[in-house]
Design a protein around this ligand. Structure first.
Ligand code: FNR
Length: 342
């Protein structure tokens, strides 16, 4: 199967498979504050991803690229909308365009419609340092995401089977490229040790990309005749993974993603310690189901509702939100207790 066809398949299967609600965010409750001493007008939700300043703490995570006109249209729409809300936006894996320049337009459109916004390039950890710099240059990216996707590759019939040396390659990419490197998972989460190893080689922003939203095991299984069901419920749920990540990092920004479907999930991700929250599947569905207007409505509501939540909690800034009290129950409480993470 061609790479372009696979990209389109991913979009269709992601939309058909949808998002589960196994991210663990429903195990978290905020403690109501009757005297928040706050005003919606004064909420400042600007934040940081490593050294990069972001005016919205919600970013659009990597999705499409390659695949021709359809992905070009989606990428253009997402990037233009991101620009209007001051959101950073990531492109999907650029390996197709690094190998074949005729594929570049589906990525370049992201910069064309959004000349000043924060845009993240994206490649897998198999990339060489030169390929990483090419991906950055292609879209004048402000940072590059390097994705880790062992489970997706294993379930993909034509996927990789050798995952040795990824940490060393990421270290070389950091040395070579002239923008920050964000390492991200793709829906299976990261634990304390993975985050500590990444920080140890100089990664300053880590997106734990947890389990419980878009599920690439299910998506790839939908393309197989003999399915690998054991990987369908495999992974660290996002809520637990954000807490794992924060306990494994000293100074790196931890980004929360995987199953963030609304402003409340994003607020909980930040309250667990994330400096920003990434959304992929929910944003893609909003656009494909309701078009540009639907996407606009979704992003507007997300930002307004996040302000209202922060106001209700008396959290005027992202730093305040990271410190509000939380009640954890269910599997997330159990996970963190077992792992000795408070
Ligand atoms: C993705 N994702 C992804 N991630 C990545 O690093 N490179 C990529 O090329 C892609 N491609 C891709 C295509 C489609 C159609 C979807 C829906 C997603 C993964 C994405 O960035 C994110 O990590 C997961 O989707 C989990 O987040 P959500 O969807 O639960 O918010």
């Amino acid at each position: 199967m061609s790479r372009a066809k696979r990209k389109l398949d991913h979009i269709d299967h992601a939309l058909a498979t949808g998002q589960s609600r196994d991210s663990g965010f429903d195990d978290i409750v905020f403690v109501h504050n009757s005297l928040p001493d706050s005003s919606v007008e004064e909420i400042d939700y600007s934040s940081k991803i490593g050294e990069l300043s972001i005016s919205s703490p919600i970013f659009i995570n990597a999705m499409t690229g390659g695949g021709g006109k359809k992905t070009e249209e989606i990428n253009g729409a997402l990037s233009a909308a991101a620009a209007r809300y001051g959101m950073a936006v990531a492109v999907g894996s650029q390996m197709a365009a690094v190998k074949d320049p005729s594929e570049r337009s589906t990525y370049e459109v992201v910069r064309k419609v959004n000349p000043k916004g924060l845009i993240f390039a994206n490649l897998g950890s198999e990339a060489t340092p030169d390929q990483a710099q090419q991906a950055v240059d292609m879209i004048e990216a402000d940072a590059i995401q390097i994705h880790l996707n062992v489970i997706q590759e294993l379930v993909m019939p034509e996927g990789d089977r050798d995952f040795t040396g990824a940490l060393g390659r990421i270290e070389q990419i950091i040395r070579k490229v002239d923008v920050p490197v964000i390492v991200k998972e793709t829906g299976f989460g990261m634990d304390t040790h993975t985050v500590a190893k990444l920080e140890g080689i100089g990664v300053t922003a880590i997106d734990i990309g947890g389990y419980g939203g878009t599920n690439f095991s299910r998506i790839e299984n939908a393309r197989r005749s003999r399915t690998l069901d054991m990987f369908n419920s495999w992974g660290i749920p996002s809520a637990a993974s954000i807490a794992e990540g924060c306990s494994g990092s000293e100074a790196a920004s931890i980004l929360g993603s995987g199953g963030i479907q609304n402003a409340l999930d994003a607020a909980k991700a930040i309250a667990l310690g994330a400096s920003a929250a990434g959304m992929a599947g929910t944003i893609l569905s909003a656009y494909t189901e309701k078009g540009e207007e639907g996407l606009e409505e979704e992003l507007k509501a997300l930002h307004l509702e996040l302000k209202w939540i922060m106001c209700a909690l008396g959290a005027a800034t992202v730093t305040d939100l990271q410190q509000v009290p939380l009640i954890l129950s269910g599997p997330t409480h159990h996970w963190l207790t077992e792992r000795g993470i408070s």
